[in-house]
Design a protein around this ligand. Structure first.
Ligand code: HSE
Length: 301
């Protein structure tokens, strides 16, 4: 029997004002090879620092959650995982494993679930729906909470824009970045984000860079997280001064994403690195396109 091979994209969530709602997929990929085995086990190739290889591995947790939801028996599998997604940076390395695990289980069980069901199960495993929505659907996504679980709507990113991602050398655990958030928000801050998030979507749909520069601002999570991400404000300011339309913390951080016109993107990444260095928080920045595809099945048994 041939093996099941899948790949899942990195994702950047929030995009500034879209906390736990907006995300986009990026062409940094995690690959998984899955074949029947006596017991569940994961071999992590490459930089697998801290990734569990047993039952707590998120690919395994997610695959088994799909089987449980379907009341189906999923035979144990051996998973080989290798990833180009930097872990602990707010680039969706967990969501990629969760989305891939859910899709893998669905294939192995004969595809009982539609994508919306997989999103619901993946969001339950992850704890929030934004990254897993973009990992499953690709493109730019909005995860809409409903009484029956999240529903994702997907749309394209402007072809003439690029995403500039600054990845600091230092990691930040998502649970620590979420623990820093206030339990309550004021009505004024809720209104601020409502207006900015709505405007940001309009800006992306219309490819309106001037509107991004107004809209990419947040009061729900970035101010509380700034103290955990040294140099955040400097990297955002550096990106903007080099020509980015806007910049924001990527997911829970500490990576930073910026939207820029293609011709200015090389200048923007250089400015982000320079600003981070000056603030004592070094790392590497790169220019990426938005990836149109979510999890892909490369070969099926
Ligand atoms: N929306 C989530 C957060 C993304 O900001 O905590 C985590 O990557």
């Amino acid at each position: 029997m041939s093996e099941l091979r899948l790949r899942a994209p990195a994702t950047s969530a929030n995009l500034g004002p879209g906390f736990d709602s907006f995300a986009l997929a990026l062409p940094l990929l995690a690959e998984f090879e899955v074949r029947p085995a006596r017991a569940w086990a994961v071999t992590v190739e490459g930089d697998g620092d801290g990734i569990p290889t047993g039952d707590e591995n998120l690919f395994v947790v997610s695959a088994r959650a799909v089987a449980r939801a379907e009341k189906a028996h999923l035979p144990p599998q051996h998973v080989v995982q290798r990833s180009a997604i930097p872990g602990g940076r707010g680039l969706g390395s967990s969501a990629a494993a969760i989305a891939a695990g859910a899709v893998a289980a669905n294939v192995l069980l004969g595809e009982p679930c539609d994508r919306r069901t997989l999103l619901r199960i993946a969001a339950e495993v992850e704890g929030h729906a934004d990254n897993v929505a973009a990992a499953l659907y690709g493109g730019v996504t909005v995860a809409i909470p409903t009484a029956d679980g999240p529903i994702a709507t997907r749309f394209a990113f402007p072809r003439a824009w690029r995403v500039c991602i600054f990845v600091p050398h230092r990691k930040l655990a998502t649970k620590d970045a979420r623990a820093a958030l206030p339990a309550q928000v004021s009505r004024a801050d809720a209104v601020f984000n409502l207006a900015h998030a709505s405007a940001l979507l309009a800006a992306i749909l219309r490819a309106d860079g001037a509107l991004v520069s107004l809209a990419m601002a947040d009061r729900l999570h970035e101010p509380a997280r700034a103290k955990l991400v040294p140099g955040l404000d400097d990297v955002i300011a550096g990106a903007r001064s080099a020509g980015a339309f806007g910049a924001a913390l990527s997911g829970a951080g500490p990576a930073v994403l910026a939207f820029a016109p293609t011709r200015l993107a090389p200048r923007v990444v250089a400015a982000m690195e320079e600003a981070a260095d000056a603030a004592g928080s070094s790392g590497r920045a790169r220019v990426l396109r938005v990836r149109a595809a979510g999890v892909q099945i490369r070969s099926a048994p």
